[in-house]
Design a protein around this ligand. Structure first.
Ligand code: GDD
Ligand code: MN
Length: 379
């Protein structure tokens, strides 16, 4: 017999049994993993004998109703908890929310799709409880080399490249800073929490680079298995977010991933502006009319792309999409005044056209970014 939950047992544990607090919380982010939950909980029961553990699933309102199955199991099994997040997306943010909702001194993060070998957990728990390690990374790149059947052809070189870049940023070395499978003392994450990004997949790298003092790291090897059910959520956007995180860490969090995306969208807006202007002028429209249409196209392009990419975690839909467009356009027009006004002041002091131009653009961009974050896409 494998999973104790292959049928729904009607037993509900006595509340008395809830008395002993968990020593280990396993945080599992889920997004459309309905078929993987029961097998995973079954395997955790099998492997974690002798440890006071709990599992906290953090589900981002999956369309396949993953949360329903988590709730059903949690009603019968005191070790299983579920958090449902609505209107929020992001692996790193989900992990952080799970970790901060745990009371256990030690937390583990792993995937729901059974790619991570859960039988490593007892060993990782022993290492962190009995040695000086603050954090144990389950690595795919240890010695001797492990099997990584779970990668597609393209993923493996991509992962090795990303790992190489990440290693240059690390205060203390680890062979797999991109691992989604690790165990850590909860205090380490709490200390780093204010600086952690809620986006993308790279929570371990982020914890390592955001900790006030570098944590002591240990490693265990494991074989990265293929997914059991469903498909991977790693897409081009996640790769972009990863690059954004690297830039943020290299600039001491001065340039955040969101600001970087905002600037990329703004550059696309500038290209749209110039293209529309050129086309309309070819069409013999007067310059002011062509310029007005060009500006409107750029604002529409910026708004739409920012809504879909830069602020995708706070995306405005339906009528809020339209009211947001009105607010965004209004705030951007103030941005133009602020940029022109302040850069003219600079020009009065330092009459270099290029300084004036760059100054105006930077002031406009910062103004637009600040008002977008604080007003149009307020958290
Ligand atoms: N709550 C939540 N929200 N969970 C998510 C989200 C999200 O937006 N996106 C993905 N997940 C969950 C998935 O359901 C799964 O349990 C886990 O996060 C990992 O997602 P996968 O889509 O299976 O990722 P992967 O296998 O491609 O990537 C793995 O390898 C990477 C390194 O190459 C993961 O272990 C990553 O964490 C790791 O960085
Ligand atoms: Mn996976």
């Amino acid at each position: 017999m494998h999973a104790p939950f292959s049928q729904d047992p009607p037993v509900r544990k006595d509340a008395q049994e809830d008395a002993s607090p968990p020593a280990l919380s396993i945080i599992i982010p889920t997004f459309n993993e309905v078929d993987n939950i029961r097998p995973l909980v079954g395997r955790l029961h099998e492997t974690l004998v002798g440890i006071e553990w709990e599992v906290i699933f953090v589900d981002d309102d999956s369309a396949d109703h993953t949360i329903d199955i988590i709730r059903r199991i949690s009603l019968q099994d005191r070790r299983v908890r579920g958090i449902r997040r609505v209107n929020r997306r992001g692996l790193a943010g989900a992990c952080l929310e799970g970790i901060l909702s745990s009371s256990a001194p030690i937390v583990a993060v792993m995937d729901a799709d059974l790619q991570h070998d859960e039988t490593c957990l007892p060993k990782m728990f022993r290492m962190i409880s009995t040695t000086s390690a603050d954090l144990v990374v389950a690595t795919r790149y240890g010695e001797p080399p492990q099997h990584v059947d779970g990668f597609t052809r393209l993923r493996q070189p991509g992962s090795i490249l990303a790992t190489g870049i990440a290693q240059r940023l690390l205060p203390t070395p680890t062979s797999d800073p991109m691992s989604g499978f690790f165990m850590v003392k909860r205090g380490i994450v709490e200390a780093a929490a204010p600086r952690l990004s809620l986006h993308g997949f790279k929570i371990l790298l982020d914890i390592l680079t955001s900790s006030p003092s570098p944590p002591t790291i240990a490693e265990v090897n494991y074989d990265f298995r293929p997914r059991l059910h469903g498909e991977s959520k790693l897409d081009a956007m996640i790769v972009m977010e990863y690059l954004g995180l690297i830039v943020a860490k290299l600039t001491g969090d001065l340039i955040t991933p969101r600001f970087l995306m905002f600037c990329i969208v703004g550059s696309i807006g500038l290209a749209v502006h110039l293209a529309v202007l050129r086309l309309l002028l070819l069409d013999d429209l007067s310059f002011p009319v062509a310029q007005t249409f060009a500006m409107m196209s750029a604002v529409l392009s910026n708004y739409t792309l920012n809504n879909a990419l830069t602020y995708r975690d706070r995306r405005r839909r339906g009528w809020r999409y339209l009211t947001g467009l009105a607010v965004f356009s209004l705030l951007c027009s103030f941005g133009v005044f602020a940029g022109v006004g302040l850069s003219t002041l600079i020009y009065d002091q330092e009459p270099y056209w290029w300084l004036d131009g760059i100054g105006g653009a930077v002031i406009g961009a910062v103004w637009n970014y600040v008002t977008s974050s604080a007003i149009t896409w307020r958290a």
